[in-house]
Design a protein around this ligand. Structure first.
Ligand code: RIB
Ligand code: CA
Length: 312
């Protein structure tokens, strides 16, 4: 029986690779893709989600637009990383795949109420605004969520948008606090692990040489996306943050971490959006998240290569 998931996303080149990985994998039944404002404003993240789903050949998967701003703050975007379209690197055609009329939050609520309790996993790979808004609007659905596998946060790697905070959490810290406090089983892919999932030239060239359209698209996105991280960190490549969530669903053995307590800073002057991860268990706060620390990078990229090759 395929694992039912909803991917909540702000494409974003790394989001796009995560979407392709999921849509190429028969172990996963993607019930829907919900767009949220994040890397770029909502109209662009919704358009980019449609473009990527169409590129994958999976026009059977519906795409929804969700919240266009954080719950209580102005939107902060990341064009400096992802480009003005949010998906710079390759020009994709205007998608034929329509955007669903239903709001993404209503789709999430309706789906969780319809599917048997405990059978749907939420995979947020952008700011947590849609998820938290669904939980606030329909508290009854919280207990029906099987688990949440999210990309966000940082501890050892500290912040990437401020010295203390990772982007997805920083954009909507109140939403993140709602999600981390909800009591839903959480698997967290922080920068601590995603920074070990670094692209390299040999892999990018393998993508470019792939005899389909998705492999070369991944290579072009990576060419664009990695320039920022290579300059900032002096690294060889770029961290493929968001695909770590999907890879964990497919091959949890590639990852390792700890069940610990993670709180979200929502008031700090310099630490707003920080994931205060009690990695050394020095507090008496109850564990609420499997916080990942290590990944078998070779295994991760082999999985990505094998799955992207299955796509058109
Ligand atoms: O900090 C990395 C996260 O922010 C990734 O999800 C990336 O797509 C951006 O949204
Ligand atoms: Ca993202």
């Amino acid at each position: 029986m395929a694992q039912k998931i909803i991917i909540d996303t702000d494409p974003g080149q790394d989001d796009a690779v995560a979407l392709l990985l999921a849509l190429a994998s028969p172990e996963l039944q993607v019930l829907g893709v919900t767009a949220v404002a994040g890397n770029v404003p909502l109209p662009l993240t919704a358009l980019n989600a449609r473009k990527v789903v169409e590129l994958s050949g999976r026009g059977d998967v519906p795409v929804f637009a969700g919240c266009d701003a954080p719950m209580h703050r102005r939107l902060v975007t990341a064009e400096h990383v992802h480009g003005k379209t949010g998906l710079d690197g390759i020009e994709l055609p205007e998608p034929v795949l329509a955007l669903q009329d239903q709001h993404a939050v209503d789709f999430i609520i309706e789906t969780l109420r319809r599917e048997p309790a405990g059978t749907v996993t939420l995979v947020p790979i952008g700011p947590l605004t849609n998820i938290a808004t669904a939980f606030r609007r329909a508290p009854d659905v919280v207990a029906r969520v099987q688990r949440i596998v999210l990309m966000g946060g940082a501890y050892f790697e500290v912040g990437n948008i401020t010295p203390a905070a990772e982007f997805n959490i920083y954009v909507d810290p109140e939403a993140a606090a709602i999600v981390f406090d909800a009591g839903v089983p959480l698997v967290v892919m922080p920068l601590d692990v995603t920074h070990a999932a670094l692209t390299n030239r040999a892999w990018v060239e393998r993508m470019r040489a792939m005899p389909n359209r998705c492999g070369p698209a991944v290579a072009s996105w990576t060419d664009f996306f990695e320039r920022y991280d290579r300059e900032k960190y002096g690294s060889e490549g770029a961290p493929l943050h968001d695909p770590c969530t999907i890879a964990w669903l497919l091959r949890p053995d590639l990852f390792s971490g700890r069940e610990i307590n993670v709180e979200i800073e929502t008031k700090g002057e310099f630490t707003l959006g920080m994931t205060v991860a009690d990695w050394w268990r020095v507090s008496d706060r109850a564990p609420n998240a499997l916080f990942m620390r290590d990944v078998d990078a070779a295994g991760f990229f082999d999985l990505l290569t094998e799955r992207i090759a299955r796509l058109p």
